[in-house]
Design a protein around this ligand. Structure first.
Ligand code: NFS
Length: 674
């Protein structure tokens, strides 16, 4: 082989920038990365194929006699399925073990995050920290009764509001106990529609405490313990419910009490929010406990002056992943990008510091940061990086303000060290983000009549065909954002209103779908009319991934408002994660399904090697909880599976005819008049 040919044969493949993403900023930055000789996730995906057996969910590495690999034989199973591991574990057992270990991973990520928030909340309630205070007293009073905490006191025959500090302390202590109380069940389960709670009870899946359900998954999936896929998934269900209606819901609520319940705000999205003449500080990860402090610090006049004294015009803060969602929904801080854009933000050459906390953070950020002046700062004791250019500033609620100041000043000091290699793509879109269960109440119900009935009314009369929750990650095995945007555009075109969180929300913002103006361009006539009347976008941003709990509660409010059945599974609603990748997504998917939601995933499901188990996740779970898992890779078919389910539910509710009439009066009225 000639030297040239040999070099070529060894050179890693480069991903085609245009094929990586539908987003022009991502395409430009991917090309830029290649020009600079820096590899990104897209290139690594082009060079490393996923394991063909692991992807089917049937590789067991829970003991050292294996890994035992049980892929589906080519041509499928004919007759008896006698595949088994060394211990005799069947494909169903292995796939179910792996699946619920993913639930455990996801539930623990959300819930351990929730625990950190609860600890800060407890510190605030005990007045051990000056940095955090109870910001949203109304929310505190609204959640206290779920913990059996009184919000009123009787004094001299009069009923008065109880002191907020007392309520906070009692709520904080009871909330903390949700992770490890020795008996009983999680308080928030009673927030679900009664019919759903009864289903959980009947099926024996009421979570006892959050940690226990996760630990029990690890025990049951240890070599030689639970060997019945139905019993395994039962524990997966209990842990997933402990996530959605426990750890995640607690995280959302306590964050709202500490930092404020979101109301819609205007902002911008995509890498173009970074400014060449400003200090660019990017926060990335999931916990708002630190980023809230950084937001406050970055807005201080003396800090802005300090930035100016170093030659910058100001300080531009922006976010990536769910930290971005947290500070977007409460402060309108712009999105720099999604999960798959994290390396690209540094490759702009204009990122003076990136602060990371927990979850969804690429270790390769450290390698990319090495190519530039960027300071990469880890802040969480449980999430460090091995590379020596990474700075660790451990964040602690007791000296939160000082930590935030140190970080912000470090970014500013680094501005002078920028190289000549700055290239910020000029793409960004406006967005309106930060809806919450509470704000939807007033947007749709009117200021004086906060109610979900207006929404129900529009669903019943058919202007809104149904509700979809489209959430989740990006996945480098997919074209970045393509599935999210195609699924969502197809849904709103068919009058399905979309609730979004996580990176799906960021993708929608980048695409301009989170503006009221998007309704006239992309929606069917019914949904467009509602959005234009109320002044809302057709895609409502409900926050980060732990805020999927807001979707559960919004669905519960719709059930309560009446006219659409008595359980979440009765609603014309469906869930979707078109580009999922993380274990958190599996936990979310599973608590959606077992809360009664028909849930479609894109990409792949780790069940393909165990068709019997896969079937159980769809058909049998539907009989038990009313929701089911499904997989559809094609985004248009994906959306239409959701729409078909919505139509099925409309029919069962007897409101299918209403929609036909509405469609007629849009199209046929003119014909009649003519
Ligand atoms: Ni959700 Fe948020 Fe994004 Fe996926 Fe990661 S950031 S918690 S896991 S990649 S949506």
């Amino acid at each position: 082989m000639s030297e040239d040919k040999e070099k070529k044969a060894k050179a890693p493949k480069l991903a085609d920038p245009i094929e990586c993403s539908i987003d022009p900023a991502t395409q430009e930055m991917q090309a830029r990365a290649q020009q600079l000789g820096i590899d990104t996730v897209f290139d690594r995906a082009a060079n490393m194929k996923p394991c063909a057996i692991g992807i089917q969910g049937t590789c067991c590495k829970n003991c050292s006699m294996g890994p035992c690999r049980l892929p589906l034989p080519k041509g499928g199973i004919e007759g008896k399925d006698d595949r088994k591991g060394l211990c005799g574990a069947t494909a169903n057992t292995i796939a179910a073990r792996n699946f619920i270990r993913m639930v455990a991973g996801g539930a623990s990520a959300h819930s351990d995050h929730g625990r950190c928030v609860a600890e800060v909340f407890l510190s605030a309630a005990r007045k051990e920290t000056k940095a955090y205070k109870i910001k949203d007293e109304v929310k505190l009073r609204s959640i206290a009764p779920y913990f059996d905490v009184d919000i009123t006191v009787e004094k001299d025959g009069e009923v008065k509001d109880r002191n907020v500090d007392e309520i906070a302390l009692e709520v904080a202590e009871k909330a903390m106990a949700e992770w490890g109380k020795p008996e009983g069940e999680l308080y928030y389960l009673k927030r679900a529609p009664e019919a759903l709670y009864e289903k959980w009870k009947k099926n024996g899946v009421l979570p006892r405490n959050i940690d226990r359900e996760i630990v029990e998954i690890m025990h049951r999936t240890h070599m030689g313990v639970d060997q019945d896929y139905k019993n395994l998934i039962k524990q997966g269900t209990r842990a997933a419910i402990a996530d959605g209606w426990g750890g995640s819901m607690l995280a959302t609520d306590l964050q709202d009490v500490l930092f404020g319940t979101p109301t819609p705000l205007q902002s911008e999205a995509n890498l173009g929010v970074m400014k060449e003449d400003h200090v660019n500080l990017i926060v990335h990860g999931h916990e708002p406990v630190l980023s809230e402090m950084i937001v406050a610090m970055s807005q201080k006049p003396e800090i802005i002056e300090y930035a100016k004294s170093k030659g910058a015009k100001g300080l531009q803060l922006s976010g990536i992943c769910c930290t971005a969602n947290e500070i977007m929904q409460r402060h309108g801080i712009p999105y720099a990008g999604t999960f798959l854009q994290q390396e690209l933000a540094i490759i702009t050459g204009a990122c003076d510091a990136m602060v990371v906390d927990i979850q969804c953070i690429f270790q390769n950020l450290a390698n990319v940061a090495k190519c530039f002046h960027t300071k990469l700062i880890t802040t969480h004791p449980i999430a460090k990086m091995e590379q020596d250019n990474v700075i660790h500033i451990e964040f602690d609620e007791h000296h939160a303000v000082e930590d935030a100041e140190k970080i912000v000043r470090m970014a500013i000091d680094n501005f002078a060290n920028r190289g000549a290699e700055v290239m910020i793509p000029q793409h960004k879109s406006p967005c309106v983000a930060g809806f919450s269960v509470e704000s939807i109440l007033y947007h749709l119900g009117g200021t004086f009549r906060g109610t979900y009935y207006t929404l129900n009314d529009n669903i019943i009369n058919g202007r809104i065909r149904g509700i979809a929750g489209v959430v989740g990650c990006n996945n480098a095995r997919n074209k970045h954002n393509e599935a999210h945007i195609t699924v969502i555009k197809e849904l709103i075109k068919n009058d399905v209103i979309v609730l979004t969180t996580g990176c799906s929300g960021i993708a929608c913002a980048m695409e301009g779908l989170m503006t009221p103006e998007a309704a006239a361009v992309h929606c069917g006539p019914g949904l467009a009319e509602v959005c234009e009347t109320v002044g809302i976008p057709p895609v409502l941003h409900l926050g980060s991934c732990v805020d999927n709990s807001r979707i559960l509660l919004a669905a519960t409010e719709v059930v309560k408002a009446g006219g659409l059945g008595n359980d979440i599974c009765d609603l014309p609603a469906a869930g979707s994660a078109p580009e999922w990748m993380s274990e958190k997504a599996i936990s979310i998917g599973h608590y959606f399904v077992t809360s009664g939601v028909y849930t479609v995933f894109g990409v792949t499901l780790p069940t393909a090697g165990a068709p019997v188990f896969h079937d159980y996740l769809s058909k049998e779970l539907e009989k038990m909880y009313g929701g089911m898992w499904d997989l559809e890779v094609d985004p248009i078919k994906h959306a239409h599976k959701m729409i078909a389910h919505i139509d099925k539910k409309r029919k069962e509710l007897g409101i299918d005819k209403a929609r036909e009439r509405v469609l007629m009066d849009m199209a046929d009225r003119q014909a009649l008049e003519a």
